[in-house]
Design a protein around this ligand. Sequence first.
Ligand SMILES: [Zn+2]
Length: 179
Amino acid sequence: MHCPFCRHADTRVIDSRTAEDGSAIRRRRQCPSCGRRFSTVETSSLTVVKRSGATEPFSRDKVVAGVRKACQGRPVSDDDLALLAQQVEETLRSSGAAQIDAHEIGLAILGPLRQLDEVAYLRFASVYSSFSSLKDFEEAIAILRAERADRGPAGQDDGLTDGSADLGPAGEVEQAPTH
Ligand SMILES: [Zn+2]
């Protein structure tokens, strides 16, 4: 490994530590030429297989970019998105597979996104699961409502009140006669 300061061709490992969850190894290195120290983090590579069959390294940035669209106008911060991407990566890595389908990333996003913001979740799920009719939305909303009922009365400040306000039009559809 080259020294990032003076580009010396070799560096010495002076300390090596495994992350608590075992997913990474952090090494402290020192350059024998300029004497400066720096750290490297070693993780197993996680390869994503796209629908086309092409592969690319897993990227948290891409997760954030994908979810950000669904979060437009919602009270979701960059920190929230970064944390979500981290949760998604942890979920995928915990499967132990070195190679995953792009489809599995979407699936791993749904859970944490639902915790984060139900409206963003519905938007994302509608694209990811290719909702083709209002019925698909009705079913997804019915599941959210049922699970919310399980959790007891909506909290005072859990953001759900906002969500249901935004869901207004879809809520009306739910009461429309079905055939
Ligand atoms: Zn150096």
